[in-house]
Ligand binder design. Structure first.
Ligand code: PMP
Length: 373
C-alpha cells in the first residue's frame, strides 16, 4: 500500500529505531540522576539530541523544552503566557485555520475572560498582514499565535513579516511549526521576534509522543517567564517537570539530525513528487480536479484537491487497500473541516476534498498508481 497521509504521521526511519533501542533496554538511566554511568549516559544522550534539534530549528539547546508533542507545546505556550501575563493584557490574535490544539486552547481562554481575534484567511489559507497590523495597532495583543504552514492546505504564512510586526509592537509571537519542520527552512535565529515554536517528532520520521516547545530567551537574553503546564521536579529548566523519555528524545534527535543532513535533497524530492502528482491528476481527471492548494509558497508535498462531484470519504474508502489518503486533518475527521470552511469552500467542495501528503521516502514511480485508477 502506498502511504500518502504523511501529514497525519510518518513512518519512523530505521536509523531512528536503531538509535532508540539501547535506551529502551540497557541504557535505562534517568538523566536527572547523578554520578553513575547509566545516569551520565542518559544525560549525554539527551544533550546530544537537544543539540541536533537546536541545530535544525536554529535556536540554543537550552531553549528546547521536551514535551509529549505539538498539542502539549501549543497548550503549554499559549496557556503559560496567558496565565503569567494575563493580568495586564487579555487579548490574543490567532487565525481561523489553526490546528484544534491552538483553537481549543484559545476558546478555553475566552471562557477565562480573554478576548481572542480569529483572523480571516484568503482562498489559500493565508492571513492578511495589513489586517493583522490594523488589529495590533487598534488593540495591542499579549500574543500572536499563527501557524507556520497549514496541515490541510500546505500554505505557508508570512512568518518573517508577522515576527517583524510583533517586534515593532512588543508582542509575543508563537508559531505552530508542526507541519513544516524538515520541509521548510525553520531557522529561528534568522527570524527576530519569533519567540515560541511548537513541533512533533512523528511528523518528520521520528517517534510519536515526543515534541518540543522552543522558548526563546527574552530580548535581553534572559529566561522568558511563562507559567508551566506541569509542576514538579523542575526538569526542562522548570518549564516542564517530569522524568525525560530518553528513548523518545534520542529518536527525535536522530530524526532531526537526518532532517538537517538531508534537508536540500528531501525538499527537492518532495517538490518533484508534487509536480509529478499534480500533472498525473490533471491529465487523468481534467476539470474534475480543482486544487485548493497554491502551487508556490507552500509546504512541499502537501496538496489539497477537490474531485468535483465525488464523495471524498467514499473515494478514500474505495482506494484504502492501494493507497492511504485522508480528507484532511486526522485530529478532527468527524467534523467538516474548519480550514476548508475558512477558505470559502461550500459543503459540496468540502465533501469532495482529499489531501495528499507526500514524504521523502515515497518513490516517484509509486505515484504512477494514479494513472491506473
Ligand atoms: N499542529 C499541527 C499543525 C498538526 O498538524 C498537528 C498534528 N496533526 C498538531 C499540531 C498536533 O500534533 P500532535 O498530535 O503530535 O500533538
Amino acid at each position: 500500500m502506498l502511504y500518502l497521509d504523511n501529514s497525519a504521521t510518518t513512518q519512523m526511519l530505521v536509523e531512528v529505531k536503531e538509535a532508540m533501542l539501547p535506551f529502551l533496554l540497557e541504557e535505562f538511566g534517568n538523566p536527572s540522576s547523578k554520578y553513575y554511568s547509566l545516569a551520565i549516559n542518559a544525560k549525554k544522550a539527551t544533550d546530544k539530541a537537544r543539540g541536533h534539534i537546536a541545530k535544525l530549528l536554529g535556536c540554543d539547546s537550552d531553549e528546547i523544552i521536551f514535551t509529549s508533542g505539538a498539542t502539549e507545546s501549543n497548550n503549554m505556550i499559549i496557556k503559560g503566557i496567558a496565565d503569567y501575563y494575563g493580568q495586564t493584557n487579555k487579548h490574543i490574535i490567532t487565525s481561523k485555520v489553526e490546528h484544534p490544539s491552538v483553537l481549543e486552547t484559545c476558546r478555553y481562554l475566552e471562557g477565562k475572560g480573554f478576548t481572542v481575534t480569529y483572523l480571516d484567511v484568503d482562498s489559500y489559507g493565508r492571513v492578511n498582514l495589513d489586517k493583522l497590523k490594523e488589529i495590533i495597532i487598534q488593540s495591542p495583543p499579549l500574543l500572536v499565535s499563527i501557524m507556520w504552514g497549514n496541515n490541510e492546505l500546505g500554505s505557508l504564512q508570512p512568518i518573517e513579516e508577522i515576527a517583524t510586526l510583533c517586534v515593532e509592537h512588543n508582542v509575543f509571537f508563537h508559531t505552530d511549526a508542526t507541519q513544516v519542520v524538515g520541509k521548510v527552512f525553520t531557522y529561528m535565529l534568522n527570524i527576530k521576534g519569533l519567540d515560541f515554536l511548537s513541533c512533533s517528532a512523528h511528523k518528520f520520521h521520528g517517534p510519536k509522543g515526543i515534541g518540543v516547545a522552543v522558548i526563546k530567551k527574552d530580548r535581553n537574553n534572559l529566561k522568558t517567564k511563562i507559567t508551566p503546564l506541569l509542576h514538579g521536579g523542575g526538569q526542562e529548566n522548570d518549564y516542564r517537570s517530569g522524568t525525560l523519555p530518553v528513548h523518545n528524545i534520542v529518536g527525535m534527535g536522530k530524526a532531526a539530525e537526518l532532517a538537517w543532513i538531508n534537508f536540500d535533497q528531501n525538499v527537492e524530492h518532495l517538490n518533484s513528487l508534487e509536480i509529478h502528482l499534480r500533472s498525473i491528476l490533471k491529465r487523468k481527471f481534467g476539470d474534475v480536479v480543482v486544487f485548493n492548494s497554491d502551487d508556490s509558497d507552500k509546504i512541499p508535498g502537501i496538496i489539497s484537491v477537490q474531485f468535483k462531484g465525488i464523495n471524498n470519504e467514499m473515494l478514500i474508502k474505495n482506494l484504502a487497500e492501494v493507497v492511504a489518503l485522508s480528507s484532511g486533518s486526522a485530529c478532527s475527521s468527524s467534523k467538516p473541516s474548519h480550514v476548508l470552511q475558512a477558505i470559502g469552500l461550500n459543503t459540496e467542495g468540502i465533501r469532495s476534498t482529499i489531501r495528499f501528503s507526500l514524504s521523502p521516502i515515497v518513490k516517484k514511480e509509486e505515484l504512477d498508481i494514479f494513472n491506473q485508477l
